[in-house]
Design a protein around this ligand. Sequence first.
Ligand code: UDX
Ligand code: ADP
Length: 462
Amino acid sequence: MIKNICCIGAGYVGGPTMAVIAQKCPHIKVTVVDLNEARIKAWNNEDVSKLPIYEPGLDEVVKEARGRNLFFSTDVDKAIDEAEMIFISVNTPTKTYGVGKGMAADLKYIELCARQIARVAKTNKIVVEKSTLPVRTAQAVKDILDNTGNGVQFQILSNPEFLAEGTAIEDLFQPDRVLIGGDTTPEGQQAINALVEVYANWVDKDKILTTNVWSSELSKLTANAFLAQRVSSINALSELCEKTGADVNEVARAIGTDSRIGSKFLKSSVGFGGSCFQKDILNLVYIAKSYGLQEVADYWEQVIIMNDHQKRRFAKNIINTLYNTVSGKKIAFLGWAFKKDTNDTRESAAIYVADYLLAEQAKIAVYDPKVETHQIYSDLDYLESRSPEENKKGISIFANPYEACENSHAIAVLTEWDEFKFYDWQKIYDAMLKPAFVFDGRNILDREKLEKIGFKYQGIGK
Ligand code: UDX
Ligand code: ADP
């Protein structure tokens, strides 16, 4: 039975997942390690409202388990040495250089982890891939471990993450399923069973699916590709709705009641974001291309093309509506995160809409309840469309939504934070320049109420 787990990478996946394993399995010591000292320090903050990632319910879980059987540390070697099971939860961004640039996953961090495990391990280990990885990464990790290790035995498992940010704790408490892939050899099956027993502390065994490694790895990419495809499909229809006078919300409701289609993931929006969807589809496209499957690659790539179009279309519509120029105009952004209830901004539609409007010399005023100021600037600087100084000049960040909206020509809703619905919209209207426009990129505000106040309201797809 596993008594000691180590997780390399204390991010959006590793942090919450290990906190929940520790809370549900008090008999297992769980140590989460990361190279980033500031991040580990934040995980160890006495005040659990200051953890490095924001996730509803996470603070309570950490409060209960931390110091008991949950530990956060920068001593990677020690944690590897002590553990029987090692989760790899490091980031796997899309490559920004060389072969596969803009498409393949950069496995640099994974490889570094594998080499470190090989160097340090003195006893047999089960290594679990937790990051989203392209198919066949497990083989690469296995090659490194088997050829550079100290003669100890390694079993590699794939255990993809299906948690969605903002509902991570709920998703971990009550997963639809847990997927574990491993070798079909007796040793592989033994390793699978060891991980099944960890999850079985709180998950019904009939929800724990076991497969071979390749199926498990590919299932993760496929699940995200299907989900993203639904969003792009409804977004494609939103443009048609706007032309024809149909209402995309009504269409979504009508088709969602068909039990074969289902009602989830049919919310039309300014575009999907997050660290997984785009990266996973690009991966799928890259893998398909590398096997010469051009039609398969093109089919999935279209989901991304549609998403890029949706973000650009939203920005263009703001420009067109504001009399074809936003130069020098103040546009307030409500929300910067890629979805509500998270402070994660990776691939957020807000970044691309802002970039587009900045190119038209708009002045952007951002308010987000959870995203920190430095993150917003670094998201824009990362695009390298203009210098950091120019980004600082073009964007100002407010801690108060009313101040962000004051004297603005238009408001753009980029994230569906609940609090936006409950603002004093009359007060916001009074302080804005007229005509006062609202571009609701999430279709969350009450159109009728806003129009009654005097706003010119535009949602997506109606
Ligand atoms: C996703 C998967 O859901 C999860 O299983 C996987 O482990 C990681 O990737 P996440 O990226 O955290 O999770 O968020 P998700 O809820 O899937 O939303 C992704 C993006 O799609 C967000 O920008 C969201 O706003 C957008 N979206 C989602 C829509 O625009 N419309 C919808 O109907 C649903
Ligand atoms: P995810 O959403 O996949 O959890 P994050 O970027 O939030 O991604 O977290 C990944 C974490 O992994 C980061 O905090 C990063 O510092 C850490 N990391 C990357 N490489 C290593 C490594 N070799 N050893 C330890 N930690 C690492």
